[in-house]
Unconditional design. Sequence first.
Length: 327
Amino acid sequence: MKVLTYVIACLMITTLLSSTNAQMQSAQVDISCTPEEIFLDSFPDSLNNTTIVNCMLSNPTSYEEKVEFNGSGDNVFGIDLIDGDEFIIPAGESINVNVSISVAEGTTHATYSLIFTATVTELGGMPPVNVAEESVNILGTVNQYESYEASYDSPLSFTVVLSNQSQNTLDSIRVTNNGNYDALISINYGFISDVLRPHNLSISTPVVWNIIAVDGNSSIQLVVGSLFDATLNTSTWETLQNGSKRLNLSSSVGIVSQLDDVTCYQCTQMLDVTLEIFVVESLIDQETNDGETVVSESSEVPFVGFLATLSVFMLAVVFINNEQEVL
């Protein structure tokens, strides 16, 4: 009986010492994740909107540890802890855990931060005497994609003023940016140039590259003018009642982005257009098709001349009155 009592006492002392040793040792955990940077696409129906990240959790201590595992995705990424969020790691060993990371449709292009954290909750079956927590950061880049829509009010209408081409009128094509970054968009009007050249006309744009914000739109302006030092060929043009000439044409324009290596999702890359071009000597009292009168600044000249004459007359009266007062 004494022997049994002695054995039980020894076992109790050994258990107590073991527990005490576990309490005295600090908990510790290491974590690493690969790859260190991921790249995902956020355009609709992308096959690259989800990827797998592998994280290794290591227990460098001499005791078994219970470790909690979690992750955060900068409020941008969806995180699925495939293998769970709590693990028992034997002393001196490591385990691998897989995480699925996804991105929502339309997420704005940028590089974001993902953080994965391992926290020791038990050491040797007991709460640890210290806080043991380690985190690792990986980068998540949402790739650029383009999605733009082009439209216009038909027809594109231009007026060429032969006496002063700085008065030539402009028209525009509207482009809406439905992509996930601020895009630089330009109009390729080569096809229009081809149909204008036989008439000795040209087309240009005041601004070559137009920056369009995400979910924004821009009106890209175009202007038609006569070729330098060339006589217009209006032999096939329609002559209107006011003496001006009109030309109707059909053509196409291309909508292009400054970046070549970006996915283009549902982009209007080619737009068929109709053009209506008027040629007048000047803008003075020119009648438009709808019967309205276009009045240029020069039509105000007679009124300005009258005011100038009246001013001179009043100055003369003041001058004469002053002379009479002096006399």
